[in-house]
Design a protein around this ligand. Sequence first.
Ligand SMILES: *[C@@H]1O[C@H](CO)[C@@H](O)[C@H](O)[C@H]1NC(C)=O
Ligand SMILES: *[C@@H]1O[C@H](CO)[C@@H](O)[C@H](O)[C@H]1NC(C)=O
Ligand SMILES: *[C@@H]1O[C@H](CO)[C@@H](O)[C@H](O)[C@H]1NC(C)=O
Ligand SMILES: *[C@@H]1O[C@H](CO)[C@@H](O)[C@H](O)[C@H]1NC(C)=O
Length: 521
Amino acid sequence: MRGLSVAGASAAASPLLLGLAAAAPHKQRAPQYVVNKQRADEVKEAFQVSWDGYYKYAFPHDSLRPVSNTFADDRNGWGASAVDALSTALVMENWDVVNQILEYIPTINFDNTTTEVSLFETTIRYLGGLVSAYDIITNSLSLGIQKQPDVEAILTQAKRLADNLKVAFDTPSGVPDNSLYFNPPRKGGSTTNGLATTGTLILEWTRLSDLTGDSEYAELTQKAESYLLHPEPALGEPFPGLLGTNIRIEDGKFEDGNGSWGGGTDSFYEYLIKMYIYDPERFAEYRDRWIAAADSSIKYLVSHPTTRPELTFLALWRGKELRFSSQHLACFHGGNFILGGLTLGEQAYTDLGLALVEGCHATYVGTATGIGPEVFAWQDSQLPLNASNNQPPPEDQTAFYEKSGFWITNGHYVLRPEVIESYYYAYRATGDTKYQDWAWDAFQRINKTCRVGSGFSSIKDVNAPDGGGFDDFQESFWFAEVLKYSYLIHAEDAPWQVKADNTNEYVWNTEAHPIRVAGGK
Ligand SMILES: *[C@@H]1O[C@H](CO)[C@@H](O)[C@H](O)[C@H]1NC(C)=O
Ligand SMILES: *[C@@H]1O[C@H](CO)[C@@H](O)[C@H](O)[C@H]1NC(C)=O
Ligand SMILES: *[C@@H]1O[C@H](CO)[C@@H](O)[C@H](O)[C@H]1NC(C)=O
Ligand SMILES: *[C@@H]1O[C@H](CO)[C@@H](O)[C@H](O)[C@H]1NC(C)=O
């Protein structure tokens, strides 16, 4: 869908020259959406089952072990699944669960934990979950919550948590230490931080500043991000906008030029365009850096497998040398390119996004369970087949590769959302019900293979018909992400739904918690 109105000369320019993208957000026409109540209701049912199992056997611990009906405190024991489930319960208007969680939130002791705290995980799950709930309840919901909740308590708890995390930024450069301990709060002593763990804080912390009027949270994360916007030395930016992974805490310098759109680096790129959506005035430079990364991805990373050259994947890089491997985690990139294309009015980004969605769809339909693997690889169709970085699959996967266009290097599925997430963005951009059908198919496959005991569990092998056994673990992002995307793609339009015509009232953090944009009505 091409933008209807076009500002300046940039619209005609090739995407590779997009440094001059229109300064004003672009107007596009929103497609018609189809509500499918029966599917939406079945996703709600799965949410209820998952919640009931968690509430019975694990609450207020972090995660349910659904096979053994026990729990794990993998996220500091503050009730990660409850906080991660809240924004999904709100958008599903599941008031019983909303009330259970709202009663619990003021009681969480965010001053104490016995285990190491990850600044990144705590930010995206807890801080993101709290700020999102505050935004949704104060702006977009008036009905259904039986007792008027103590909304300010949600924000007070978010602030209390961030105040305990702030010590992470007390480093010579301002690049935070991702590992912390509490009681009293102190740094873990890392010498480097990662691109994603440094660059995926700014949305949640800036929102907290905007809500509380205390600018310190935004300033801390923007100082850290400054090293990512202006990477040094040159080895840290092997292609314009595409960076390395490890940043020295001492001086903010990159240690390497290895990266990808996958784990460890992924959401840094995701947040560049999302910050521009959050506030186009304050974050125009972030948009420009997203454009640089997107243009370099089109120019250098796009790859097609030898056996199915119609499929599109993105390679990862070791300096300037490519590796032809990708991950379930990376499959958010289709949705992120689509979001960038819609926001900037640049069809080339949307087109690449839709092609990446097709590629990730192929990783689902190619396996015995109909669920995609954690890590996969392929042989690039353009590079010589004898190149050291372009080797064929292991012999036992030759036939699989012939048929599917990829082979499996790690067959786990841990209830990740990214493929359905990208279907959601593709659907919101195009209104093409094919993407609803794909999301429904994936959801049914996950329901068939991962539903066990008192909830849903990670599985060991997506290419074994029964999933190859259970890891007995229900991740908190199952609530925050998989169930939310699977539901909203079939649900009625609402203020938090992603908009195709640049009228977004919310921008979603990387844990799928909708955060109100700065200029939100
Ligand atoms: C922190 O939690 C641990 C484990 O529950 C407990 O032993 C300790 O007394 C608590 N400390 C404070 C100051 O609350
Ligand atoms: C970058 O990748 C190369 C090639 O795989 C590897 O030898 C090197 O150790 C990596 N560097 C870092 C800092 O991870
Ligand atoms: C690959 O094959 C070509 C053509 O046979 C040859 O010229 C080239 O040296 C080979 N490269 C490697 C890395 O073996
Ligand atoms: C999920 O599985 C349950 C139990 O087998 C079944 O009752 C339900 O209809 C399934 N839902 C979907 C959406 O497949």
